[in-house]
Structures are given as C-alpha cells and as structure tokens.
Design a protein around this ligand. Structure first.
Ligand SMILES: Cc1cc2nc3c(=O)[nH]c(=O)nc-3n(C[C@H](O)[C@H](O)[C@H](O)COP(=O)(O)OP(=O)(O)OC[C@H]3O[C@@H](n4cnc5c(N)ncnc54)[C@H](O)[C@@H]3O)c2cc1C
Length: 343
C-alpha cells in the first residue's frame, strides 16, 4: 500500500487536492473521519466581493481564475449553480457607495453600475438592488458525495479517523497503518485542533447555522443578500443564512440562531414561509483572515492546508495548486499564506 500522497480530511481542501493530484498523475489516498465537515454544510457561495463594505476580497481575480474551472468541469455540472447576487441597498448613502465602488478597477468586473428597482415585488427593497455578476453557488455536499463515491471505487478513500499516534516518521518515507507515502497533507478543518503536528496553528472555530425554508410565490431566480443570503434551491425552496458565532456550547443548531434567521428573512419578504431544515457547522477561521498552507518546520514532508473558513469555495482550488507545486519543489509557498507566519 504505497502512495505518493496521503491526505487526511475530505472537505473542500482535501477534495481540491485530489483534483490537482489526479490531473498530474500523482497517486494518493484519502483518510476521512466523515463527521463534522464544514464543507458539507456550507452554503457554497462563490463571490469575490465583500458586500458589507463593497470591496474586492484579497487576490480576487486570481482566486476566481483558479476556482471557476474546477467547478465548471462538466463532471460536476449538477453541483454548479452560477447566478448573480442581488444586494439589497439599505439607504440612499448605500446607493451612492455602490455607484462609487462599481467604478473601481478591481470591482468593475463584478459590480453592475446600474441599480435596479423593483426586480421582484415580493422582495422588500425600497432603495433598489445592486447586481453582483460572475457569482454563484456550489452544492458542496453533492459534489463531495459524488467525488467520494468515485474515490471509493478506485480504492483511494478510507472512511475512518486518522490516529495521530499511528504515524511513523522515522524513515525517509512516512508510514501509517500499512500505508507508505512520500508526503502527508493534513486538511482536517477544525479537526486540526487535535493534531499534535500543527498544534501551534491559530485556527478558531466559528459556528455557522442556516435554515431551509419553503416560501411559495417568492420566485427568486438569483441570490439575495441583505443581512443574510437567500439562495434559491428550486421550487421556491431557499437556504437562508448563515450566522457567525465565536462562542457556542456544542455543535447543535440553536433556537437563538433560528429565531434570528427567521427575523432576517421576514425583513426581505412579507410572504408566509415554512422552515424545513436547520443545520450548523464550524468554519476553520484564522485571525488574519487568510488560509494557511505549508510544511512542518522539522518534517518537511508533513503538510497542512487549513483556515478555509471564509470563502473556502474560492480558496480551495488556488491553495491546492500552490500546495502541490510546493510539494513537488517547483514553487515556494507565498509568505502571506505560509504557516511560517505564525512562528
Ligand atoms: C454554515 C456554513 C456556511 C458556509 N458558507 C460558505 C459559503 O457560502 N461560501 C464559502 O466559500 N464558504 C462557506 N463556508 C466555509 C467553507 O466552505 C468551509 O469552512 C471550508 O470549506 C472548510 O473546508 P475544509 O476542507 O478545510 O474543512 P472541512 O470541510 O471541515 O473538512 C475537514 C474534513 O476532515 C475530517 N477530519 C477531521 N479530523 C480528522 C481526522 N483526525 N481523521 C480523519 N478525518 C478527519 C472531517 O471529518 C472533515 O470531513 C461555510 C461554512 C459553514 C459552517
């Protein structure tokens, strides 16, 4: 049982790595505990604009150029849902800010300068909506399920928890439970908090919750953004979310979050609706808001890819390409993403 790379964790980080390795003909096996996956409950929106402040996310164009081809792959067609975001403008001053922002070089590809009035009479938007283009959402749960099934058929997926004490680093190859590998990549999301090899990483779990609601007659064909996102899933079923909480008791959905999400949805529309589902997950976030990739300071063939809690959909392909280049010793990791910044 010998592979070039052993990956621990199959959220979007682990998945994007497998996509890059497959393309390059590098052999791998994934070990995944199949629990507490943030990616499997993610709303899955890809959007290169910070819609609170109307500015582009760091490295926006490069993230989009790397990410979109991964999701546009015809193989994952059923999980890819390109659609604009309609940002509800809250005041005349926001209308003005939108006009200024849409004129900026780094935003002009994404923000349509024309503010739309009354696009949907069931949506409360007295100051109109600004349209964000080139955005959409990925059905991350569906995509990961499909990809996992394929990897299982190819004997590249082991559905169990990785036991850190079982890793033998004494030789020039790494050994784990009968597997021999040149490189090991940890991509365990918040699970990294139990990883003794990367215990110094400042990963902070941030709890997110969303609702699925049925709202007959709303008829949205685009995503809506006010204090929350409203994402159309088809047949007037919508995902409403998400919340952000740094303090929490456990991983269960809470009544407080549900009440807050219902209140936000009611601000968008006066139509009656029914809550069908309520879910929660933990985003792996980093204080400087940038993901983390890099190798262990002593064991250079032990790597990590983490901190995708914010815009993980956009980041995963970009990071996976960079990590594989570093693993092959072709290109160094950018210092602004390298875990060495947390020495
Ligand atoms: C409610 C919510 C909404 C979100 N919405 C969006 C959004 O709209 N757009 C966006 O871009 N991002 C969104 N995100 C964030 C983002 O998608 C995820 O945080 C990101 O994808 C994290 O991916 P990951 O692969 O690093 O971790 P995860 O998806 O958590 O995957 C880690 C995997 O590692 C496994 N694992 C952990 N420890 C071990 C171990 N010891 N052995 C074996 N396996 C292990 C886990 O079982 C899991 O399957 C959202 C997150 C949440 C919670």
């Amino acid at each position: 049982m010998q592979r070039d790379v052993l990956i621990v964790g199959f959220g979007l980080a682990g998945w994007a790595l497998t996509e890059v390795l497959k393309k390059q003909g590098i052999s791998f096996v994934v070990v995944d505990a199949q629990k507490n996956s943030s990616s499997r409950v993610a709303t899955g929106i890809y959007n290169p604009v910070v819609l609170k402040r109307f500015r582009a996310v760091w490295n926006a164009d490069a993230l989009m150029e790397h990410a979109i081809p991964f999701y546009m792959n015809p193989h994952y067609r059923d999980s890819f849902h390109p659609m604009p975001i309609h940002r509800i403008l809250a005041s005349a001053s926001e209308q003005n800010n939108w006009a200024v922002a849409s004129d900026k070089v780094d935003l002009s590809n994404y923000l349509n300068p024309n503010i739309l009035n009354s696009t949907n009479f069931n949506v409360h938007s007295p100051f109109g909506v600004g349209v964000v283009e080139s955005t959409g959402w990925i059905d991350t749960n569906r995509l990961l399920k499909q990809s996992q099934q394929e990897l299982e058929q190819q004997h590249c997926f082991v559905g169990e928890s990785f036991e850190y004490s079982g890793l033998d680093v004494s030789g020039n190859k790494l050994h784990y439970k009968g597997w021999r590998t040149k490189h090991l990549v940890f991509a365990e999301g918040v699970g990294v908090l139990k990883n003794p090899w990367f215990s110094n990483l400042p990963i902070i779990p941030n709890k997110g919750e969303w609702l699925i609601v049925s709202c007959k007659g709303l008829g949205l064909e685009n995503m809506l953004k006010s204090s929350v996102f409203v994402v159309p899933l088809g047949d007037d079923i919508y995902r409403v979310g998400a919340t952000y909480a740094r303090e929490f008791k456990n991983n269960l959905p809470t009544q407080e979050a549900k009440a807050w999400l219902i209140a936000q949805f009611k601000k968008c529309t006066a139509l009656p609706f029914e809550v069908l589902k309520h879910k929660a997950g933990f985003r792996p976030t980093v204080p400087d808001r940038r993901p983390i990739i890099g190798s262990h300071p002593e064991h250079k063939n032990i790597w990590c890819m983490n901190g995708l809690g914010s815009r993980g959909v956009l980041w995963a392909p970009y990071l996976a390409i960079g990590l594989v280049e570093a693993l092959k010793d072709v290109q160094k990791i950018s210092p602004s993403l390298d875990l060495a910044r947390f020495k």
